[in-house]
Design a protein around this ligand. Structure first.
Ligand SMILES: [Fe+2]
Length: 242
């Protein structure tokens, strides 16, 4: 299984704090059956500049690589660089959007606002989806059901194949929560899943438990479909040599 949403790169956002913690998180992902992880550190236009962000991301990944022992290399997932791009009203016109895509692909993880979405927000994401070569992935779509965003704006993406939806593990790792979201899985609305892990203790990698729960409640076929969709997304991705 692929974990599409992680904050494992150290000290670049509110995720892992140290290289050791990053390595521990990678091992936790692997132990739970994740063969591949997307490192989707936050990119926020207000905080970051594209060139320094990309350089910083690479340097910090290099620090992980340098610290890994040969034994550890055998017990971590394959790594693909990505980015959780905070929505900005100008996002659809950034000429560097491709540099923030899941590396080697045209998929961009666009984090939607946590305040109620406006029509402009929806229009701008649609412009990326319909007028550019990029396919937006909306991370943790589950979260927006609790932000007073008009449900019609969220549902707009349920029937739009040009935009993919990712759900976080925390909403599907126990029996009660998963009942609520089961129809979204059964109807093929949720495309991929991720842990959105931030550390070894606070918001740790826990996608394994959710996959198990999904299998129990929605069936193996559903788990296989999620996995197939993920493999299709990363079929041209560039893996990091670790
Ligand atoms: Fe995240």
């Amino acid at each position: 299984m692929i974990d599409f949403h992680t904050h494992i790169i150290p000290d670049i956002d509110d995720g892992s704090h140290t290289v050791d913690e990053s390595i521990e998180m990678l091992k936790m992902c692997y132990a739970q059956g994740m063969d591949t992880v997307i490192l989707s550190s936050h990119f926020r236009l207000g905080e970051h500049r594209i060139k320094s962000y990309l350089k910083d991301r690479q340097n910090r990944l290099d620090m992980i690589r340098d610290a890994l022992t040969d034994e550890e290399r055998k017990i971590i997932p394959k790594i693909i660089l990505g980015c959780e791009i905070e929505y900005h009203s100008s996002i659809n016109s950034w000429d560097y959007l491709g540099e923030l895509a899941i590396k080697g692909t045209n998929y961009v993880m666009t984090e939607m606002p946590f305040i109620p979405w406006s029509k402009e927000v929806v229009n701008n994401i649609d412009k990326i989806a319909l007028n550019t070569q990029f396919t937006p992935i909306l991370p943790h779509i589950d979260r927006y059901f609790h932000t007073f965003t008009k449900e019609s704006y969220i549902r707009h993406y349920f029937d739009m194949p040009e935009v993919l939806l990712q759900m976080n593990a925390i909403y599907i790792n126990n029996y009660n929560n998963i009942q609520f979201y089961k129809p979204l899985f059964d109807n093929g609305i949720i495309d991929i899943i991720g842990s959105d892990c931030h550390g070894t203790e606070w918001r740790p990698p826990d996608l394994g438990r959710s996959v198990k729960m999904l299998r129990e409640v929605c069936g193996q076929e559903l788990v296989d479909r999620i996995d197939r969709t993920g493999r299709e997304i990363i079929k041209n991705a560039i893996y990091e040599e670790m």
